[in-house]
Each structure stands twice: as structure tokens, then as C-alpha cells.
Design a protein around this ligand. Sequence first.
Ligand SMILES: [Zn+2]
Length: 374
Amino acid sequence: MTMRIPEGLDTRGCVVLPGGVDPHAHPLADIAAATTAAARGGTTTVLAFTAPRPGEAPTAAFERARDELVPQAAVDVRLHPAIWEPDRLDVAELERLRTAGARSVKLFTAFPELGMVADDRKLYETLRDASRLGMLVMAHCEVTGAIDALVDESLAAGRTDARAFADTRPPLVEEAQVARVLDLARLADAPVYLVHLSTAGSLDLVRAARRRGQTVWAEACTHYLVLDESRYDGPDAERFLVAPPLRSRADVDALWEGVADGTIDTVGSDHAESQYKPDFPPGDFRSLPYGYRGIEVRLPVVLSEGARRGVRYERLADVLARNPARAFGIEPDDGDVVVWDPEPEWTIRDGSAFDGLAVTGRIRHVFRRRVGIG
Ligand SMILES: [Zn+2]
């Protein structure tokens, strides 16, 4: 991909990078605000999950978002159909989504309280059918039944605080489902995109699947690359709740190894413009809201921490922009460009989970089709 910046622009001392492509965001609660933040943070294309209403077919939710919300966006937006009612998805619906312009579909294996859990048959059939249609299945991997059992054990032991939220979604809960989804994808002879991988073990499973010849896209998220589970020991633990939860320092380091060696293809924000507020009566961790605002800091945080760890900017541009575009068949404009000044030191003050994080380097300019937007 060649990059074109406006003539005469002084970029001395700076790194010129392709405009960010965020493969994973939930901005539709306020798409104007979320995409304005994206633009400030150097992201010129956002891949946004749809938010179906109860009883709304996936294609109807896709078309509603496409026609009513995407026109309000400050950057380019492509939509991933989120399947919140898996019974509504079959091959005919997949074909309708394809005709409407979708190139992906996302299934969940968690959140039983929302009725979102896709079972093995739904996963297998969707992988098989989507592959034939040239669509990529994205999978949220957690073993829901194990979470339910761990939640009951935790409550029975009188553990109701935010730390228990994280402890009921341990690494094996993620890795067991990653293994299963990879096996089902192999059975279906289909590619698969694994969202928000957070553990060393998940990356090992991805490597093993690729050695078998499978096509696997592996995504990490900004927060798993800089924050760890020690945040759950503090008095403000609730501020850091996210699913999957933050992991150990060893996992953080393993993810960076995965960025450097190419195991991780993409880094998404998993930005939640409004937090998920589970419909449980208050009194324990089940009712705590979770999810991060992170669409604006994705580039600065990953570029800063990546450079500190000695990862080349070319590789960082792959995970932040080029690979997300490639995974979903997007060809960004060559005038979508970010100018990054690697020197300034500052601290994030945005009230998000990243608040207080020290960053080295700052976005100096953002261009979308060669027009300055940030
Ligand atoms: Zn998400």
C-alpha cells in the first residue's frame, strides 16, 4: 500500500503510517461521538458490530445501521453483523447478508443471559456456509457453561466482588473454546477469525492450527497488550471489567511475542461506546457493567508500547491497519494517513480504563483521503 500525504507537509522526525483500521468496535450507541474519537486517534476506518433489536433479523439490523447510522460517522465504517439470536441465522439469512454487503458474521459462545450462545451445530454450519459464500466467521470464544458453574461456586463461597468477575472467566475458559472453534472450523474446512484473544495458550492453539494448514485470523485488543490482572487488586477494580478479563503479565508478554512473530494479525479496540449492563439484581459482580472505551487510544498505546518493546513500525502498521483491511476485503484510500511523532511524552486522561497510562509519541496529523481530520 502506497501512502500519499499532502504536498509540502513537514513530517521531519515523524513516522508516516497508514490510517488505522479498527477491526472490532461497538460504536453504534453514538456513532458520531465514537467515530470522531476514532479520527482523533488516527483510525480512519472502523469495523462496527451491528446491534440487533429483540426479534430483528440480522439483515434488517445490518440495513438499518447501514442506512441510518453509518451516514453520521466521521470516518469510514463497515459493518459486522453480530448474531445475538443464533436461531435467526441460517444459510438463506447469510445469503441475504451477503447481498446486503456483509463480508463477515460474528457468533458468540457466551452471554447466556442474552440468549446469544451459538452451539456447536450453529458454529459448524455457519462456518461451512459462510466459507462457501466468501464470508468470514468471527467468534467470541468462552465456554459459557464453565463460566456459569464458576459463578455459582464463587457466589456459594461468598465471593461477590469485581475480582471474582475475572476469576470466573479464567484463561482455560477462553482456551477450551478457542480449541473447539478451531476444530469445528477444520471440520468445516473454513477460515475463522478469533476475536479478542488474551492468553498465551490461545496463541499456541492458533500456531498449532496454522501448522495443520488452517486459515486463522488472530485478534488481540489494545488493553490486553498493556493492562494486566493486577488492576483487579485495587480499590477501583470495577473500572477494569471486560470480557475476557485482563490476564497475567506473562500473558501480556506472550501477546507481544505474538505481535512480533506474526501470530497476532490484528489489534482491535473492542470499543464499547456504552458499557454492557447485565440485567441482574445488584448485590454481586454479575450486575456490574463492563467494557472499555478505547477507540481513540488504540494507535497511540500500541505504537508507544510496541516501539518501547522494539517492534518495528512496519509490523505495528500491519496489526493496526493493513491486516484488518485484508481480513475483511477492504481497500483503504492511499490518502488515509497518520503522521506519528515518536518523541512527546504524555499521560492519558480520559476517564477510561487507560486513564493514567504513560504514552511516548503523539499523533500529529490524521488524513482521510488526504483531508485533515485530526
Ligand atoms: Zn466486542
